[in-house]
Design a protein around this ligand. Structure first.
Ligand SMILES: Cc1cc2nc3c(=O)[nH]c(=O)nc-3n(C[C@H](O)[C@H](O)[C@H](O)COP(=O)(O)O)c2cc1C
Length: 157
């Protein structure tokens, strides 16, 4: 089975998670959705990693899913949400993913995330201070959950 990781990372935390996952999988290619990703048709197992900003996944990730929907629905698909507000998981899923994708995916699951204040612009810092009530860099990634999801995605094939 040939696995592929597609990811989007604005400030680097999602990429950090992807680097961790890459080391755990056997045959894997990794593509940044911002670049020209290779065609999904070459792979059977797709892992998609996306951050959540103000309740939304980035527009580029939405476009990627829409443009490749038929191929994604034809493959083993697992979606990992990177963000701080894991309580809103169900709302974020319903707001951002088409019901066919929700039904087809092995799971769409929050695995945590982080803020690096040095990498945020003024408005982002302000939003994090007001909404998340955070004043400094913080990272909370649930590696235990991540490991169990990596296993689960194969069990559900
Ligand atoms: C301006 C801003 C808004 C955010 N909004 C949300 C949100 O609505 N829900 C959430 O779970 N996380 C939110 N986050 C946290 C990010 O999703 C989290 O930091 C993620 O790890 C960022 O990934 P990246 O470093 O790969 O860009 C927000 C972060 C910023 C800076």
């Amino acid at each position: 089975m040939k696995s592929v990781i597609y990811y989007y990372s604005k400030h680097g935390t999602t990429k950090k998670i992807v680097d961790y996952v890459e080391g755990k999988l056997q045959i894997v290619d990794v593509f940044d959705i911002n670049t020209m990703p290779e065609n999904i048709k070459t792979f059977d197992d797709v892992l998609l990693f996306t951050p959540v900003y103000a309740g939304n996944i980035p527009r580029k990730v939405k476009m990627f899913i829409n443009e490749n929907k038929n191929d994604l629905l034809d493959r083993n698909l697992s979606i990992f949400l990177c963000g701080a507000n894991t309580k809103d998981e169900q709302k974020v899923i319903e707001m951002n993913f088409h019901e066919t994708v929700i039904k087809h995916a092995n799971f769409i699951k929050y695995i945590g995330g982080g803020f690096d204040f040095d990498k945020l612009n003024f408005l982002e810092k302000l939003a994090v201070r007001i909404i998340a009530k955070q004043k400094e860099s913080k990272e909370k990634i649930d590696y235990e959950l991540l490991d169990s999801l990596l296993k689960k995605r194969l069990d559900q094939q």
